[in-house]
Design a protein around this ligand. Structure first.
Ligand code: UGA
Length: 477
């Protein structure tokens, strides 16, 4: 099939490359000339495992091209997909200006007939609005507008796209439905369920899925707090409830709160849609508040672990992106954590395997380290904020030996508490009793007295001078 994908952000690029991989002829459009030049030069503007290679293979095979302007949409074009960003508007809803701009461009470039498919995450009723807009500009056009939401996760986007749990298509007519069913045939033939709904139901399905997952995470985070108060281990509780197939084990990892470009924006847009319809989604509204507070509470947790006063002390933050295997810093819990620490007078040194370039745009007054060990050297506390594989493999004994004070806060429960204690770290995690902290404190007091090594602690002036640039290049969306 011949497909035009408008928008070379996360969803557009992954979808374009994967549709090409499935044997289609795909042209990806983006009005950002630098982005198109980079893609045509063989660079991938986002960090996503496997994407650069997939793009290169399909370009070489002649199935994938990148252009700056929407081409003429002749009758040989089977589908035009809208995959532009829908960032948060001031009202908390989704800013649809880019989506409508693409709809206008489609109206201007379409020949006789066109099937428009919205892949961007858009509120209920947006497909109706797109249809009205194009039909008003081009009453002569034989037009179909469909919704085909995307459920891929950053970091595992290719697998999520090519082996999804389901495909959802929302259509109002047979032509769009048949075209989308044909497009996804390689997946449905391999057993992937395809759910065909109305356009509005498909639009709501996307938001409801993200909101449900955000609620699930927020729920286990609250249970983690309860576990800490009641001296239980949330990991046991998560497994105990997750093995119930009605609940499921996924998305029950307690942590510093959800972040990223989707859950915060989409929960807020869903709540805004409900308000516009004269009702209130109270559970979603509450989860948004609880999650926001939690991200900042992580800063106070670290301050408590350091004895309550962090003025002039150095905190090493390991991991900055909102989750591993992405360079995306948007709404990352690490940002709230760092701001609380800085406001309390701490000096913050940071390291992330892929997010350093993007982090530099979000963070001021921090020092950027070369690697995990460089980050913790001489610090008064180390905090694991993102569970990158590279960081999980750090040698804990070496970390303990190189910290000035061996305090370790594991916000992702990435390490075994016993291993942290065995390494000589005064450690704490999320949602499990502080026994390991107490045991390791005792051991330190009784057996292995340590001396602080302030000589290795950088002076605050280092904050501006020590901004090491990360060698890997990755740019913001
Ligand atoms: C999310 C959804 O999972 C995708 O299905 C959806 O397509 C995407 O949003 C989107 O709307 O585009 P993503 O934001 O890439 O994907 O990341 P997730 O893996 O869902 O993680 C989101 C946040 O939740 C991260 O901060 C992560 O650390 C946190 N999380 C996740 C937890 O704290 N605990 C968990 O058990 C799982």
């Amino acid at each position: 099939m011949r497909i035009i994908v408008v928008g070379c952000g996360y969803v557009g690029l992954v979808s374009g490359a994967c549709f090409a991989e499935l044997g289609n002829d795909v042209v990806c459009v983006d009005t950002n000339p630098a982005r198109i030049a980079a893609l045509n030069g063989g660079d991938c503007p986002i960090y996503e495992p496997g994407l650069e290679r997939l793009i290169a293979c399909n370009r070489q095979a002649g199935r994938l091209a990148f252009v700056e302007a929407l081409p003429f949409l002749g009758n040989d074009v089977d589908l035009v997909m809208i995959a532009v960003g829908t960032p948060p508007a001031r009202t908390g809803g989704a800013d649809l200006s880019s989506v409508f701009a693409v709809a206008e461009a489609i109206a201007a470039r379409a020949h006789e007939r066109v099937v428009v498919v919205t892949k961007s995450t858009v509120p209920a009723g947006t497909g109706d609005a797109i249809e009205r807009l194009i039909a008003a500009a081009r009453p002569d056009l034989d037009l179909s507008v469909a919704s085909n939401p995307e459920f891929l996760r950053e970091g595992s986007a290719l697998a999520d796209f090519l082996r999804p749990d389901r495909v959802v298509i929302g259509t109002q007519d047979a032509r769009a439905r048949n075209a989308l069913m044909r497009l996804y045939r390689p997946l449905t033939d391999a057993g992937v369920p395809l759910l065909s709904t109305t356009r509005t139901a498909a639009e709501i399905t996307k938001y409801a899925a993200n909101a449900f997952l955000a609620l699930k995470i927020t729920f286990i985070n609250e249970i983690a707090d309860l576990c800490e108060a009641a001296a239980a281990d949330v990991r046991d509780v998560a497994r105990g409830i997750g093995l119930d197939r009605r609940i499921g084990e996924d998305f029950l990892r307690a942590g510093p709160g959800y972040g990223g470009s989707c859950f915060p924006k989409d929960t807020s847009a869903l709540a805004a849609t409900a308000r516009e319809l004269g009702m209130s989604l109270r559970l979603v509204e509450e989860a948004i508040l609880v999650n926001e507070e939690r991200k900042y509470a992580m800063g106070h947790r670290v301050i408590d672990a350091m004895g309550g006063d962090v003025g002039g002390k150095t905190v090493a933050v390991l991991g900055l992106t909102f989750k591993p295997d992405t360079d995306d810093m948007r709404d990352s819990p690490a940002l709230a954590l760092i701001s609380v620490l800085q406001q309390a007078g701490a000096f913050v040194r940071v390291y992330d395997p892929q997010g350093m370039d993007n982090a530099a745009e979000f963070l001021a007054g921090v020092a950027f380290a070369r690697d995990g060990y460089d980050c913790v050297a001489g610090a008064h506390c180390a905090v694991l904020a993102t569970e990158w594989a590279e960081l999980r493999q750090l040698d804990l004994s070496r970390i303990a030996a190189s910290l000035a004070v061996p305090v370790f806060v594991d916000l992702r429960n990435a390490f075994d508490p016993a291993a942290l204690a065995d390494a000589g770290l005064m450690a704490s995690g999320i949602g499990y009793p502080m026994a390991s902290l107490i045991a390791s404190r005792k051991r330190l007091e009784l057996g292995r007295p340590r001396k602080a090594r302030p000589a290795q602690v950088p002076a605050p002036a280092e904050a501006d001078g020590n901004r090491l640039r990360h060698p890997h290049h990755a740019t913001l969306q």
